[in-house]
Design a protein around this ligand. Structure first.
Ligand code: PMP
Ligand code: GLN
Length: 378
């Protein structure tokens, strides 16, 4: 058949995990924890199944889970979404982002992405018939460049995708940067898809800047999050979208015909578990300790540490170690040193000459120690 995505191959995450396995390397590539979730969460899902929650839930998601999400957003970010008309439970963030784009992008519409960006965004926009408009984050710092974003806005701009904390750079947008975005979009019809999957992993006492905190942004935004990240269950693939009722109505028109709904017992279990804030409130300290362990272990090496303000990623510049491009360096690191990482060029459409790779530190401390012992040879 004639491909709808002729330039797309297998994702870098799948490729690097396979290479790690092939070489028996420590896998700090693909982002997923190598430790279990809270047994209480499994018990809650188990209890839901035994209680008979095994048939279709409502198309929009289990009401108790939508209520719990709305309550959490209101408490943390001060904006109250209506659980009935403004929250939808999705099959992870991936489906949420794709469905939001399918719902709003008309053929020929432009959608701005800030590069480097998560790998699903551009193919999603293309499948929706849109044009991807790539605006670079500031080279070196990966901070948003508002004059470049302003220059990219056109009468055809339908939406912009923003992602904080950011994958892969681990930067976290500041209040001032969110204010600039709000100012820039004021008076336009541009919508925002706000990928906040790492919302509960922001370090050093800093607060996550959800678009929900900014009325001028919230009214034009789809907020996307993922229980996979927050509760160490990436394989469950349950997430949500919060958006004003008019946007949610369009979202649900698409949602009902691509997944219809999401598995019932996990939604029930998550609803019970989400009512208790401690697990997500403890997450920043939990991951900050891992970040610090990993950074301390790399401090004496020739890998140059970039800031890691949030997410569970740490980028390093390996320019002092090797002249290989980042994909070749990651392949070498996996095969010869025994540690897998992700080349950051994979988050750019046209690649990138930077010598930067991304490690995931969502790992048991002993896994991180094992990786550090190997990386300290560099
Ligand atoms: N957005 C970003 C920035 C991510 O890093 C990920 C997961 N790697 C996703 C979306 C997808 O999340 P999910 O697994 O819930 O589909
Ligand atoms: N989001 C994860 C990462 O950035 C990977 C998810 C996937 O494998 N598609 O590593």
């Amino acid at each position: 058949v004639q491909s709808r995505l002729p330039n797309v191959g297998t994702t870098i995450f799948t490729t690097m995990s396979a290479l790690a396995q092939q070489h028996g390397a420590v896998n700090l590539g693909q982002g997923f924890p190598d430790f279990g979730c809270d047994p209480a969460l499994i018990a809650a899902v188990d209890a839901a199944m035994r209680a008979g929650h095994n048939q279709y839930p409502p198309m929009t998601g289990v009401p108790a889970l939508r209520e719990a999400v709305a309550a959490k957003i209101a408490t943390l970010y001060g904006h109250r979404y209506d659980a009935a008309s403004e929250i939808t439970i999705t099959a992870g963030a991936t489906q949420a982002i794709f469905t939001a784009l399918l719902a709003i992008v008309h053929p020929g519409d432009e959608v701005i992405v800030l590069e480097p960006c998560y790998d699903s965004y551009a193919p999603n926009i293309e499948l929706a018939g849109g044009q991807v408009v790539r605006v670079p984050l500031t080279p070196g710092t990966f901070r948003p460049d508002f004059s470049a974003i302003a220059a990219a806005l056109s009468p055809r701009t339908r939406a912009i995708i923003v992602n904080t904390p950011h994958n892969p750079s681990a930067t976290v947008w500041t209040e001032a940067e969110m204010g600039r975005l709000a100012e820039l979009l004021a008076g336009t019809g541009v919508l925002v898809v706000s990928d906040e999957v790492y919302e509960h992993m922001v370090f050093d006492g800093v607060a996550h800047q959800s678009v929900a905190r900014y009325p001028g942004l919230a009214k034009r935004s789809f907020i996307v999050s993922s229980f996979g990240k927050t509760y160490h269950v990436t394989g469950w693939k349950v997430g949500y979208v919060a958006a004003p009722a008019a946007l949610t109505a369009e979202f649900r028109k698409v949602h009902q015909f691509n997944v219809f709904t999401v598995n019932t017992p996990m939604q029930q279990g998550l609803a019970a578990y989400l009512a208790e804030p401690a697990p997500y409130l403890q997450l920043p300290a939990f991951y900050q300790a891992k970040r610090d362990l990993f950074r301390t272990g790399l401090a004496g090496t020739r890998l140059k540490l970039l800031p890691s303000e949030g997410s569970y990623f740490q980028c390093v510049d390996y320019g002092a170690v090797s002249d290989l491009d980042d994909a070749a360096f990651c392949a070498w690191l996996t095969a010869e040193i025994g540690v897998a990482a992700i080349p950051v060029s994979a988050f750019y459409a046209g690649g990138s000459p930077q010598r930067i790779i991304r490690f995931c530190f969502a790992k048991q401390d002993e896994t991180l120690q094992r990786a550090l012992a190997l990386l300290q040879k560099l």
